[in-house]
Design a protein. Structure first.
Length: 279
């Protein structure tokens, strides 16, 4: 997703009366309702998106001010979500108490990341839907204070050479983390091999991205002791894990993945962790 601050700035300044008139201004053609600052009530605003998000809903309700009213058409959520046809890998959904980007990052580096920074969680993919969160986490790991982190990155700005090198190193060597942005997956759809664990920093904007990412766990990886290529099903000593972090404000994203009924149960539950598996 691009920087929406630019879009908000444009919408806030639409239909504003100019401070100065030009030599070519024909005041006889200007209607009184425009001079009175009512032009925004005659403006038609059409917002098209392949998914629903609180950000888009906020934008629509804030700037769609036509006097005739609003019309909102939302897609139907999958009855059982996208999680049902997945394999038997256990998938943990963990509720976190913060949604603000800065608070979420602080909570992640203080409570979640240390838990995964062990040899047990080598070859962990960290999926980030926002490029800004990706940059913040990458900069955090590259500082001198946190130079112990062994990680690679894949973003929409990575060159083909960088992508090839990162995928090769991640597959054949011991690497703790691979940071990947949502837009990288959106544009390229590479099948990343060697992943043993998946950590969703936040839920994907596109619901069908979730099963696509989880499917990476079924791809071959190199078993270090024997240096042989195995599938995850053949490698039972280290069970794969999938952890997705969510806040109560992520209800719309959860609905695409789990289905509406499961989301209601999760948000109303007193427990902060829920495990899903087909076994």
């Amino acid at each position: 997703m691009q920087n929406l601050d630019h879009l908000f700035f444009i919408l806030e300044n639409l239909n504003v009366i100019p401070q100065q008139a030009t030599a070519t201004t024909d005041f006889s053609r200007i209607r009184y309702w425009s001079l009175n600052g009512w032009a925004r009530f005659y403006r038609q605003l059409i917002v098209l998106s392949s998914f629903t998000s609180p950000l888009f809903l906020s934008l629509f309700h804030r700037f769609a001010m036509n006097y005739a009213g609003q019309c909102l058409i939302q897609p139907h959520f999958p009855l059982n979500g996208y999680i049902r046809p997945l394999s038997a890998f256990p998938q943990l959904f963990q509720r976190i108490p913060v949604c603000d980007p800065t608070l979420r990052f602080n909570y992640f580096v203080e409570h979640i990341l240390p838990r995964f920074d062990t040899s047990t969680y080598d070859h962990t993919l960290i999926y980030l839907s926002s490029y800004f969160d990706f940059v913040r986490l990458r900069n955090y790991m590259r500082t001198e204070k946190h130079k112990q982190f062994n990680y690679l990155t894949l973003s929409e700005y990575s060159t083909k050479k960088q992508v090839l090198l990162a995928r090769n190193i991640f597959y054949h060597r011991e690497v703790r983390f691979l940071l990947m942005t949502e837009r990288f997956h959106f544009y390229h759809r590479y099948r990343i091999k060697g992943i043993r664990h998946i950590l969703f920093y936040d839920l994907p904007s596109y619901g069908h991205f979730y099963p696509e990412i989880v499917h990476f766990l079924t791809l071959p990886h190199v078993e270090e002791k024997k240096k042989t290529t195995l599938t995850r099903a053949q490698h039972s000593d280290e069970p794969s894990t999938c952890t997705a972090l969510y806040a109560k404000e992520d209800a719309l994203k959860l609905a695409y993945i789990l289905g509406q009924q499961a989301v209601t149960d999760l948000l109303n539950s007193e427990k902060n962790t829920h495990m899903f598996t087909n076994k």
